[in-house]
Design a binder for this molecule. Structure first.
Ligand code: SF4
Length: 180
């Protein structure tokens, strides 16, 4: 395939999936030498991917209206969307809050925990608003490829990017395919 532009975002997740991305270590340099270009990512700290970006990687579930906007922007600007990690693939741990209302969640988190004194629920446009339910990425936009795992291994991420760079359709199997 030659050069590929890759963008990534981090929604409702713990950053562990991006840590796995960085855990490719020197293999990341190898991929860059083969033509991988990191576009907008938490690593480069750019927020908006170029139009026509080849691969858009999404970590985390979709929990707020801001996440929803970001995920839709990735879908519009990237040819292939990859859900990275269990939170993006099926909602994962962040969906545990779906058993409660958003009001109850915020009250418990900011007002009634045993250690809270004079708590206050933060309100700011910059924080976005919680959706009634946290969703997997494919409940919001079409996903083309899934890399499950919590987090997926650096080996799995490397395999997918290398296969695309070398013009093959990646296939995850054996040790590379893990649901945890
Ligand atoms: S899948 Fe696991 S490592 Fe990745 S964001 Fe979710 S909790 Fe974190």
């Amino acid at each position: 395939m030659g050069k590929i532009k890759v963008a990534s975002i981090w929604c409702e997740g713990c950053s562990g999936c991006h840590m796995s991305f960085l855990d490719m270590d020197e293999r990341l340099v190898e991929l860059i030498n083969k033509g991988l270009e990191l576009n907008a990512t938490p690593i480069t700290d750019l927020k908006v991917p170029d139009e026509g970006t080849d691969i858009g990687i999404i970590e985390g579930a979709v929990a707020t209206d801001h996440h929803e906007e970001e995920v839709k922007m990735m879908r519009e600007r990237c040819k292939i969307i990859v859900a990275l990690g269990d939170c993006a693939v099926f909602g994962g741990i962040p969906t545990m809050r779906n058993y409660f209302t958003v009001d109850d969640l915020l009250k418990r988190g900011y007002l009634t925990t045993e250690s809270t004194v004079d708590g206050k629920i933060p309100i700011s446009e910059e924080l976005g608003k919680h959706l009634p339910k946290t969703k997997a990425v494919n409940e919001v936009v079409k996903v083309d490829f899934y890399i499950p795992g919590c987090p997926p291994s650096a080996d799995a991420i490397y395999h997918v990017l290398r296969e695309v760079l070398e013009g093959r359709i990646p296939k995850l199997e054996g040790e590379l395919l893990k649901y945890e």
